[in-house]
Write a new protein. Structure first.
Length: 317
């Protein structure tokens, strides 16, 4: 899957035919620095780059064959749940840098374009991580979060904090610009898909945090972050930007390969498709599904262009 040497600090032995984890749909730990809560002088502009010729594959198949055995289904959807979230964390890191740069640079347009692509990639990861059937979510994934902590919540994600206001749809200084308008459209699509995912998978639309008595919730944000990172196999260390990009690109390749073989929704049938929440049957959500491989290819191109600038020493590393 990968070409050339890797710089990751969490390399694991690989099995023949699958260059990620120890075996097909195995996991790798992710190592990230603390999220960017302030402008980062050592990160160049998070500019958008068109994918290299041939890097974007054909539109991914929407459905594919169901895994032949429950254990295989659990393995596949567990990989999607953990690895898709890891992709999201790295995307949020880049989104945070681009947001800071949009505030700091005289011309925010390139940063806004990058933020638009990164927000769409986040929405695509919502579709990917939620692609499991209800019985797998209810029988495997939700109980695993409950065992980690009774009040487990996505609001504990450390990398979400710097981009929370943006992704919650707060008005930005660029709201009235064409680039700001396109970014706002992507944020609205994220909310639409997030609402659809909750309606599809979460019983009564209530999270574990909402179902938990206040006494069972951790009140120390540091503990919340640690519990969350631990669950998603995420470590924190002062790794360079090139490290983040390598780990992101490895996961993008694995995700794209998975979907090219299994489809975005393995085992989905027409009756089940018709029963999806209205939000996930909307034309905008379907357009994001069709764009799945292309948007991941564009983010891979963005990461490759950023990595190229790092490798050529255009900034301090």
């Amino acid at each position: 899957m990968s070409a050339g040497p890797r710089r990751t600090v969490t390399e694991l032995p690989v099995a023949e035919g699958w260059d990620f984890g120890d075996f097909p749909y195995g996991l790798e730990p992710l190592t990230l620095p603390e999220p960017p809560h302030r402008p980062a002088a050592d990160v160049p502009d998070v500019l958008c780059a068109e994918p290299a010729a041939g890097s974007a594959g054909p539109p991914c198949p929407r459905t594919g064959p169901a895994p032949g055995h429950p254990e295989l289904a659990h393995q596949l959807f567990w990989f999607r749940w953990i690895t898709g979230h890891q992709v999201t964390f790295a995307v949020w890191q880049l989104l945070g840098h681009a947001l800071h740069q949009a505030h700091e640079r005289p011309d925010p347009a390139p940063s806004l374009k990058a933020m638009t692509e990164l927000t769409r990639a986040y929405t695509a990861m919502l579709l990917y991580t939620s692609s499991c059937p209800k019985d797998v979510y209810g029988g495997v994934i939700r109980p695993s979060m409950f065992l980690q902590h009774r009040g487990f919540s996505g609001t504990w994600a450390p990398d979400f904090a710097p981009v929370r206001r943006l992704l919650r749809g707060r008005k930005t200084p660029w709201h009235d610009t064409p680039e700001g308008g396109r970014l706002a459209d992507e944020v609205r699509l994220y909310h639409l898909v997030h609402s659809g995912v909750a309606a599809k998978l979460v019983p009564g639309g209530r999270s574990l945090l909402q179902d938990t008595v206040p006494a069972a919730r951790p009140h120390d944000p540091r503990l919340q972050a640690l519990v969350y990172d631990n669950y998603f196999l995420t470590l924190r260390a002062d790794v360079p930007t090139a490290e983040i990009l390598d780990q992101l690109r490895r996961r993008l390749t694995a995700v794209r390969l998975d979907v090219s073989v299994n489809g975005l929704y393995p085992g989905l049938t027409e009756p089940e498709d018709a029963a999806l929440p209205e939000e996930l049957r909307s034309e905008d959500a379907r357009a994001c599904e069709r764009d799945f491989d292309a948007v991941l290819a564009r983010v891979d191109g963005l990461a490759a262009a950023l990595d190229e600038r790092l490798l050529h020493g255009s900034i301090a590393r």
